[in-house]
Design a protein around this ligand. Sequence first.
Ligand SMILES: [Zn+2]
Length: 192
Amino acid sequence: MYTENTEQFRNKRFDIPTTEEEGFKILDQIYPLEEKRMALDKTKEEFTGDEHFELGMWIRNNWIHRPEIDDPVLSQRYDACYAMLSGEEDAAYPFRHYDDLSSDFLAKYYDHLKATCRINEPVEEIQRKPRKCPHCGGKVLRIQYGHPGPELFEAADRGEILLGGCILSPDSPDYACPTCGQAFRRPYIIDD
Ligand SMILES: [Zn+2]
């Protein structure tokens, strides 16, 4: 088991997506591994219900509610994001409630997770730490086992490592991709 701080994504600022693929990519980065693991065990209705005030709120705050700024480029991105979320071209007439827009996208993200999340796939053997995940291109992180002190918690918050907990077995993975969940292990070598 390896986890991330589930609070860490809430303070990050991300781009405004204009396509579903961009939106999935952003959520893959901010949605913690542990939550992805739990999401795979839920029905779509359970997922969208449970995430309404969590990931759904994040979508509404970051992609739908516009900040009070006068920036035509950003404004265009919000328009394009609204069109993507709603299927409506004209962002000046938001007929649909924000809650519905985020719920619809959560349902699509659930399908995306079911199709692409590799958290339940077998651990892959590799010779060395891959620079990028061979499945999704995400950043692969080392898993640190043992009881973490404050500096390890901070490193995990910065997205530099994953925390693996105190139980270590020969099968435990050495690295994992927090974007898609694939875990990796170097072959177990016995020194003579
Ligand atoms: Zn990956």
